[in-house]
Ligand binder design. Structure first.
Ligand SMILES: Cc1cc2nc3c(=O)[nH]c(=O)nc-3n(C[C@H](O)[C@H](O)[C@H](O)COP(=O)(O)OP(=O)(O)OC[C@H]3O[C@@H](n4cnc5c(N)ncnc54)[C@H](O)[C@@H]3O)c2cc1C
Length: 412
């Protein structure tokens, strides 16, 4: 039987960063990945901030497809163009397959082992050690002091260990296709018929090709299948259909977890999910712990950030032999991003209940010069609450909130 101090299930950005930071502390570390190749299949639009590129600590930038100058947001009858004010605030379209492989190499350099093509099928919890059964050709057991589920949105580790995780997900779909681009601007499209409960996007990856996709929140959608909306956008949307030139490839479907928030009508903390089971020596990180931005669905930056904390704390628990140390994980990551997620959930709930006419009002307001300057100054794709809090002081948006308050309050 294989034995490790720390076993990380999943080799996405969160898993690789967790393993790198655990191995760095000197504990024996293993990553188990069910797919035969790291980074494949890709389920990501690959839009990340300059800050996230830095968080990856990767020296080679071979994973960058293209640097973006800003974003154009389209509502039903209004467009807002937001140009990045400085190189510091730029975003990048990245190739996740290369990115994840590079992150895995860094974990290996620190001493982590990787087993590919092996799925974790059972988790047996016991104080002091947890056993995983993995299946490759046959079945094999692995013993670990700490097991970390970095196994994505529908974490099997969390389910098998009986940990409470979110039940709400965005359903997403994406293709890469030829797309007419004026400049390297990401395009965002909002509207109930375009992507109910979320938004659609076109992210350029070079001069001729973009990732075109969308997510829906099926609780607010007349249909649970996002593909119907993608097909309609590609053939009928006034902007997407005009710019899309066909030749689709790399079709992908996926899910993004919506974290569980305290909610206005619920008591603080009630229903909140957990990312640590110290008795069983179990932790969750990345999408498995719903460490994503509810406003944009982005999880790469938060996953890496929380992975560093998870790896360090798991190693400390192994080195001291005290599993109570694991409790610090939940506290530390919530301190870093908990408030941002909680605020993002409120914005997400508002977006789900407002009408297309309300979106037009919002974007008309955003295109006022003073507001655009504010976005340029305070806009931050990793911490959007800063600028949203400022928007909510605008009289027109206060009125819009007041008109939607009942729908907002009674939305779960
Ligand atoms: C369509 C789409 C577009 C997105 N666009 C963006 C974006 O532009 N920017 C952004 O920041 N985020 C984006 N996201 C979210 C982002 O992809 C995730 O937040 C990120 O991949 C989470 O990383 P992770 O390491 O937690 O999990 P993942 O990257 O999902 O990795 C989990 C790994 O665990 C493995 N695994 C699962 N179960 C087992 C098992 N039982 N045994 C062994 N291995 C297992 C999987 O094979 C996988 O490799 C997007 C998501 C989707 C679906």
């Amino acid at each position: 039987m294989l034995e490790y101090d720390v076993v990380v299930v999943g080799s996405g950005p969160a898993g690789c960063m967790t393993a790198k930071y655990a191995a760095k502390e000197g504990v024996s570390t293993l990553i188990i990945e069910e797919d035969a190749e790291i980074g494949e299949p890709v389920q990501c639009a690959g839009l990340i901030s300059k800050r996230a590129v830095e968080e990856s600590e990767l020296k080679s930038k071979s994973f960058i497809n293209c640097e973006l100058k800003g974003a154009i947001i389209h509502s039903h009858s209004h467009d807002v163009r937001i140009e990045s004010p400085s190189p510091e605030k730029r975003a990048f379209a990245i190739g996740r397959s290369v990115f994840d492989k590079e992150l895995a190499k860094e974990a290996q350099k620190e001493g982590a082992d990787i087993i590919l093509g092996s799925k974790v099928k059972r988790v047996k919890k016991r104080a002091g050690e947890t056993k995983l059964t993995i299946s490759t050709t046959g079945e094999e057991e692995i013993r670990a002091s700490v097991v970390i589920g970095a196994d994505g949105a529908r974490s099997g580790v969390a389910k098998m260990a009986g940990m409470k995780v979110t039940k709400n997900f965005l359903n997403c779909v994406q293709v890469e296709g030829e797309y007419e681009m004026d400049e390297a601007f990401a395009e965002i499209f909002v509207g109930k018929t375009i992507a109910p409960g979320f938004f659609a996007w076109a992210i350029p990856i070079n001069e001729d090709v973009a990732r075109i996709g969308l997510c829906i929140d099926k609780r607010f959608s007349p249909h649970p299948n996002p593909l119907l909306f993608l097909k309609r956008n590609l053939s009928e949307h006034p902007v997407i259909a005009r710019k899309y030139k066909g030749s689709s490839s790399n079709f992908t479907v996926g899910t993004i977890p919506i974290p569980v928030g305290a909610g206005l009508l619920r008591r603080r903390g009630r229903g909140q999910t957990v990312s640590v089971d110290k008795e069983g020596g179990l932790m969750l990180v990345g999408d498995a712990a719903a460490q994503v931005k509810p406003v944009t669905g982005g999880g790469v930056y938060y996953g890496m950030k929380c992975g560093k904390i998870a790896g360090e704390i798991a190693a400390k628990a192994c080195l001291t032999g005290d599993m109570k140390v694991l409790n610090a994980y939940e506290r530390r990551w919530r301190k870093e991003i908990g408030k941002e997620i909680a605020f993002g959930l409120k914005v997400h709930r508002l977006r789900c209940v407002i009408s297309d006419k309300d979106f037009d009002t919002i974007f008309r307001t955003l295109s006022q010069d003073a507001v655009l300057q504010l976005i340029k100054r305070k806009g931050d794709m990793d911490y959007p609450s800063v600028v949203f809090r400022e928007f909510l002081k605008h009289p027109r948006l206060i009125k819009l909130m007041a008109m939607n308050i009942l729908k907002y309050l009674y939305t779960k």
